[in-house]
Every structure is written in C-alpha cells, then in structure tokens.
Ligand binder design. Structure first.
Ligand code: FE
Length: 233
C-alpha cells in the first residue's frame, strides 16, 4: 500500500493540494492545484513516474488561482469540476453521485456539498474525504459571498459529510493553524462551529463573523472559472 494522499501546501493562501496515487502506482489525480506551484506539482508526478488522469477542483476559489488549465495542457489530464461553479472550459462537469474512475481500480465519489459556494463539492476516495472549504479542521468555509449559504452549509456538513463513517479521514482545503488531517468522527464531536449545534446556532455564528473580503476575489474567481488560464487563451 502506498502512502496516500500526498498533501502539499501553499503558504500564501494556506491552501492544500492533494495528489491521489492509484493502486496501480502509475496513475494519479490532483485536487485543487495552485498556480504558483505548478512546477513543484509536476516534479512530484515525474519523481513517482505518474500519469495525471484528472485535475479536480472542489469549487471556484476566491483566494488563489488554480493551475488546472496549465497542468491539463502540460500533462494531457482532463479537468473535472463541479457543474455548479461556472467553470466552462473543463472536460467533465460533475454532479452529485458521479464516480470518477482512474488507474486500474480506483474510483472517487462526488458529493455535492453546497454552502461555501453553491456549487462546492467534496470528493470521497478509499476512506478519505477531501472536503474543500465545506468542512475545515475545527472550522468551516465562509458563507458570505459566491452564493454562499449558512443553512446549506450546515445541511451539507451534518447531513452529508457527517453521514460518512467516523473513521473516514478528512482532508481540508485550507488550514490556518498548522493542522493537516482529521477524521469525520473527531469533527462530529469537536468542531467548534458545528459539533452539538443546531442549524439556528450555526447560522448565527456564521452571520456574526464579519470577515474582510478576500484580496484576490475579483481576479481569482474569473481566472478560476477559466481553469486559471488568461481569458481568450
Ligand atoms: Fe474557497
């Protein structure tokens, strides 16, 4: 059994990128790659002699630009993105319940988990969930822009992610405190925003956050809806 997933980090935006290595150890998928790290990510693939089958996005990010378009061009991988995120150039538009097959035997299940953005998805693979900005370790994504909804986020976390087995490892889209991985069971019991809270309490917490607007949002969202490539490219 290989060590999986490979977890990579962007310090500037505190974003995680994941490389999932198929059981055949020849094929990989990458989730939420960051533009400024495209060379690093390619070196990982080359070092392990992996063919990149898919570039996946969990949503159209507001805080960094994706390298999905660039990696697709350089490797021949296909881009697969949530259908509700307005990322038109991707080859595959994913919906709830879809299965992404790669390698000899691997399959990733797509869970539509709206709330951070209306189109956000989480990916489930071999006892791991990649929750994007839906569920973070001891936190969750914000819900105050990009068609965000605190009630939808609560239902996605409690109704869909917390319905996964407690032992499922949970890999977040960001972390701001140096944590890297949790489990569904742990977050169910200890997540400060949602554990033992009603939907009403959660909505009140989210409504009182008063976060500043992300600096990059006006650049990042349109860029990410074009897979990080300049418009017209
Ligand atoms: Fe986000």
């Amino acid at each position: 059994m290989n060590v999986n997933p490979i977890q990579l980090f962007d310090v500037e935006s505190s974003t995680f990128t994941y490389i999932l290595v198929a059981d055949d150890e020849r094929t990989a998928v990458i989730i939420d790659p960051v533009e400024r790290h495209w060379e690093r990510d390619l070196l990982h693939l080359r070092r392990l002699d992996l063919t990149l089958a898919y570039v996946l996005e969990t949503h159209a990010h507001a805080d960094h630009v994706t390298s999905a378009g660039r990696l697709r061009e350089l490797t021949g991988a296909r881009a697969a993105v949530p259908s509700g995120c307005g990322i038109a150039p991707a080859e595959v538009q994913l919906n709830d319940g879809d299965i992404i097959r790669f390698g000899a035997n691997d399959a990733i299940a797509v869970l539509h988990t709206p709330g951070h953005t209306a189109g956000s998805v989480s990916y489930v693979w071999r006892g791991n969930v990649f929750s994007g900005d839906t569920l973070l370790i001891d936190g969750c994504g914000r819900t105050d822009f990009q068609s965000g909804s605190a009630t939808a986020l609560y239902d996605s976390i409690v109704g869909k992610l917390f319905a996964l087995p407690d032992a499922n490892r949970m890999w977040p889209g960001h972390d701001y405190k140096g944590q890297s991985v949790s489990t569904i069971g742990w977050e169910k019991r200890h997540n400060a925003r949602v554990a033992n809270r009603s939907r009403e309490e959660f909505v009140a917490i989210m409504g009182a956050l008063n976060l500043p607007k992300p600096k990059l949002i006006d650049i990042a969202v349109p860029a990410n809806q074009n897979l990080g490539l300049p418009h017209g490219a």
